[in-house]
Structures are given as structure tokens and as C-alpha cells.
Ligand binder design. Structure first.
Ligand code: AMP
Ligand code: MN
Ligand code: MN
Length: 396
């Protein structure tokens, strides 16, 4: 691998005849928008550009981006490009079915912003300060001498708005806003893109959200929230896999929460998404579990059940925890109702949470551990009978 700058990469691209471009598995707005934008720019330069999907799924959510139907599954791709570009994809594993295409391509490039990017290409460019790879692709397109079209601007703006969480996350820099302004000036319409991405939800998606909210549990004195959705939840609500993408942020949005964990059952494994606000680094936890990502947004795949994932992962998310930490002290709030937690957080007292009195004992669901408990296990919260209004206790 050679650490290249964007102008080297621009020169390499402009010398190519046939380029294949791919993002990562479970594609998101950043990788899809970045691939679309770069492919458009290359075609403007008369260079053939094939857009590959690392796995077979193409989220309908982003279908408004011009040229979207041009993506094709890498698993069925038999082309022989002379250049391969991986965007927003830090490891070969995340390239899924596109990796064999990369392996048979003579020259390879990666452009990424993940802190855990590996050296797996001939030319690599990584800027961890970039809010989205879509910003880097925007700069690259300018270096290629291409005037961005409205389609390119729309794709890059979609990448930027999704990876910065609508300009809310810590990666929302001055440069992110400057790029956004340039994209809008080139024809991206923020209100239309926001409407497509954020105001376009199916009722099934909202029903899935209700399931995730019903499963909300807290730990670590209310600083940690975790929840899950099961295969059955998807079947019963009619929600798609993509409909679960908004769930982690809903968990993180809760007052007092610093770390959120959302687990979804997917064919015998758990796909887990973590989100942090403040200084917590969930990327490190994800890497310890074989996954990856950023400090504030990361994920991993867990082989096992939801209960097993909770037992393994939740203790790792407590303040001060390490992979093998004894989290007994922090464990005392597991099993608290939201009302009890908010009251305790406000009073800054410690709280001994008893099992709710009217909940029948269920040997399958262990009750909340007492402060004296010695095991760092975080069982599910015993279901409570709190009315929904109890969940919205105001802090004074
Ligand atoms: P997600 O929770 O799927 O929105 O992903 C958040 C961040 O974590 C993205 O940067 C992903 O690339 C990364 N990520 C998610 N799942 C994994 C995984 N299984 N392995 C490595 N990185 C992951
Ligand atoms: Mn991505
Ligand atoms: Mn990204």
C-alpha cells in the first residue's frame, strides 16, 4: 500500500479506461452516494464506470438519487476493470462480494474516513476528520476537473447529511458546512433530500420502532440504553431491514444516555449498532468484538442470541469498563424502570432497584441484580407495568 494524496488518485483515475467502484456491505447513504458521484464524474470524463454492491441489498430509501438503478450486485459481476476503487470501506471483509473483483483488478484504490482503515489497496487515502467520504469524493471530482452536476451534488449531499446525522454529530466541522454550501450551489436541494431520507417512512417502520421502544432497557445509571428487534418483529410489522436503520439514533436521543446499543436478529446472528454522544468511544468496543466503526457510531456482528449478546456486550459499555471489566458496581441500575432511573439521576443518589412487585416471577427472566451482586451479568429488565407517561419524567 502506498499512502496517496487525492491528486495522485485523481491522476490514476484519469488514466483508467474501465473502473469498478464499490462501497461496503449493508450500504448506507455515504457509500451509495459516494459511489454514484464518482461514477458520474468518471463517465463525464469518458471513462467506463461500473457501480458494484458489496452484498445484494439496495436500500429503496436512496432510490431518489439519479442513476441509482445502475448499481449491480458484485456477486453476479463478471467484468474485468483495469482499476478498482473501494469507498467508505475500511477492511476487505466489509467489501463482501466486491473483494474478489478487487483481487482480480490490477490497480486498486481505497478512499475512506474510518479510524480503523486497513492497508489493503495499492493507493489509499484516509481522512478521519472528513464527516463523510462524500466530501472527499467531492474534492476528488474537483481535482479531476469535472464541474459537479446536480446529480453529483445530490449524491454527495446525501452522503454528507446521512453520515453527519443531519449535521448533528461531532464530525460536523466547518469543512462539512463549506462542502454542503458548495453542493447546494451546484444543485443539491437540501429540503428535497431531507424529505426523501427523513420524511418518507412507512407505517411498518414506525411499528418496528414501537417494538424497539417497548424493549428499551437501561444500565449504568441511565447512561447506557439497549434494545433489540427480533426476526418476528420484522415479520409481524412488515418492516424491511432498512427500516431498522433509524433505531439506534432513537435510543441515543434519550436524555442522560451516553451510549446506545441496538441489536437486530438476522438469520441466527445479531447485527449490532452502537452510538455514543460525548466522549465515549464505541468504535473501540466494536473492534474488541470483531467489528469496527467510528468513535460515535460503530457496529459488530455477534453469533448467538439476543440474551447472549446482552450478557457479553452490555458490561463492556459501562463507564470505565474494559473488555473483561467487573462492572458489578455499575450494574445496580440494570432492571430499573425509566422513572426510577430519572429520579435517581436527578437526586444523584444510589438506587437499589427491587423487582416490580406486581410482576410474576419468571425463571426464564432473571430479576435485577442487587448492589451486592457479584456477577457482571446484565440480564434483561423485568417487564414493568409503568404507564407510557412514566417514561417522560421531566428533569428539573
Ligand atoms: P451502522 O450501525 O450499521 O450504521 O454502522 C455504524 C458504523 O459502524 C459504520 O461506520 C460501519 O461501517 C461500522 N460497522 C457497522 N457494523 C460493522 C461490522 N460488523 N464490522 C465493522 N464495522 C462495522
Ligand atoms: Mn458507511
Ligand atoms: Mn462514511
Amino acid at each position: 500500500m502506498e499512502s496517496s494524496d487525492l491528486s495522485d488518485i485523481s491522476t490514476t483515475l484519469m488514466g483508467a479506461h474501465h473502473v469498478a467502484i464499490s462501497g461496503h456491505i449493508n450500504p448506507d447513504g455515504d457509500c451509495l452516494g459516494s459511489v454514484l458521484a464518482l461514477a458520474s464524474a468518471l463517465r463525464i470524463c469518458g471513462i467506463r464506470a461500473d457501480m458494484l454492491l458489496a452484498d445484494d441489498g439496495l436500500p429503496e430509501l436512496y432510490a431518489f438519487m439519479p442513476g441509482y438503478r445502475g448499481f449491480r450486485p458484485a456477486s453476479a459481476y463478471d467484468g474485468h476493470p483495469d482499476l478498482f476503487v473501494a469507498l467508505d470501506t475500511p477492511t476487505p471483509k466489509r467489501l463482501g462480494c466486491s473483494f474478489p473483483v478487487m483481487q482480480r483488478t490490477p490497480v486498486t484504490i481505497t478512499i475512506d474516513h474510518h479510524p480503523d482503515m486497513q492497508d489493503y489497496a495499492d493507493h489509499s487515502y484516509c481522512d478521519v476528520t472528513a464527516g463523510a467520504v462524500g466530501m472527499m469524493v467531492w474534492d476528488l471530482i474537483e481535482l479531476m476537473g469535472v464541474t459537479p452536476t446536480p446529480a453529483i451534488a445530490t449524491a454527495c449531499f446525501t452522503a454528507l447529511i446521512t453520515d453527519t446525522g443531519r449535521f448533528q454529530y461531532q464530525n460536523t466541522t466547518v469543512s462539512a458546512f463549506e462542502h454542503a454550501a458548495r453542493m447546494q450551489a451546484a444543485g443539491a436541494v437540501p429540503s428535497q433530500i431531507s424529505r426523501e431520507v427523513y420524511q418518507n417512512r412507512s407505517i411498518s417502520c414506525v411499528e418496528l420502532e414501537a417494538r424497539a421502544i417497548a424493549n428499551i432497557h437501561f444500565g449504568d445509571q441511565g447512561r447506557l440504553v439497549y434494545s433489540w428487534v427480533t426476526e418476528q418483529d420484522f415479520v409481524q410489522t412488515g418492516a424491511t431491514r432498512d427500516d431498522a436503520e433509524s433505531l439506534p439514533d432513537i435510543l441515543r436521543s434519550l436524555r442522560g444516555v451516553e451510549v446506545a446499543l441496538l441489536m437486530r436478529e438476522e438469520g441466527g446472528t445479531i447485527r449490532a449498532s452502537m452510538r455514543a454522544k460525548g466522549a465515549r468511544d464505541v468504535g473501540a468496543v466494536a473492534r474488541a468484538l470483531g467489528g469496527g466503526g467510528h468513535a460515535a457510531a460503530a457496529g459488530f456482528t455477534f453469533v448467538g442470541t439476543v440474551d447472549e449478546a446482552i450478557e457479553r456486550v452490555v458490561p463492556m459499555l459501562f463507564v470505565g469498563a474494559t473488555a473483561d471489566a467487573d462492572t458489578t458496581a455499575a450494574n445496580r441500575f440494570v432492571g430499573a424502570t425509566p422513572t426510577q432511573l430519572f429520579a435517581a439521576i436527578n437526586s444523584k443518589d444510589t438506587l437499589d432497584v427491587p423487582a416490580p412487585p406486581d410482576t410474576p416471577a419468571d425463571p426464564a427472566i432473571p430479576s435485577a441484580p442487587s448492589p451486592a451482586a457479584t456477577t457482571p451479568v446484565c440480564p434483561r429488565q423485568v417487564p414493568t407495568t409503568s404507564p407510557a407517561s412514566d417514561r417522560n419524567v421531566e428533569q428539573s
